[in-house]
Design a protein around this ligand. Sequence first.
Ligand SMILES: [Zn+2]
Length: 294
Amino acid sequence: MSGGATGVSMTDLTVTLGGVKLTSLDAGECLYDGGAMFGAVPKIIWEALVPADDQNRIRLSLSPLLIETDGRKILVDVGFGARHTKKDLRIFAFDPDRNVETALRRMGFAPEDIDTVVLTHLHADHAAGATRDGTGGVEPAFPNACYHVNEREWADALEPDARSRAAYRTDDFVPIEEAGQLDLVGDRHEVAPGVTMVRTGGHTAGHTMVLIETPDGTAVYPADLIPGRHHVRVPYVAGVDTFPLEVIEQKEKLLAQAVAGDWIVILDHDVDGNVGRITKDERGRYAFEDLSDA
Ligand SMILES: [Zn+2]
């Protein structure tokens, strides 16, 4: 594992598994309401794990995954990107100049080099970077990529329920379809040999995780099924999850598989390190073991 750092807090973490290079990209971070992240867990408990600011916000990393395999460059999620409103900056306080494109350029790549984009779901903190402001309006940020999105997620994002409406913005994803770069996929879809999108539901009905299966082992990008290391505790379910009991069911299934198979787990929102493995103690409690601490 190597941290390719060009600034004090830039942490692109790379791990190679069975010839597949996996990099957790540092596409910046944002602030997010701590209560919304921890749901029914009382603040007096979660605040001992994650400090909150004076507006009750905690830091979340924006960490897309770059998969390099067989000459392919597959990008899983894209963070907030550079497009933003004043309201975005006031609520989420991200730095628009620190985004997925700047992270790719640190790796020596340009947006044109990406052949495939997988969006685990279409919430703005995962999908807003999918498009950019072009000369003729909003356009796909990755001009040569085919974008893969679960068909249920796409339908729900176009007609969101009242509770989900604020998280979806059509400019983040409709221009992809207009440009003819969209591939809507079903519950299980192989993007490249060994790289599979699997619908989990839970966070949203069409929420998808990505499995990377190689001869030397398996890695998983659970996206918002397990956004941060503390969410490996089974009852720690975010208040923004649409189907919390489904999150618990899917998370328990995934954690058991990750322990049994010694999977590498790459988190999307943990500011303290996104690449690790899962352990289970004698009382059945799961923990995230950060590989960069090893
Ligand atoms: Zn989300």
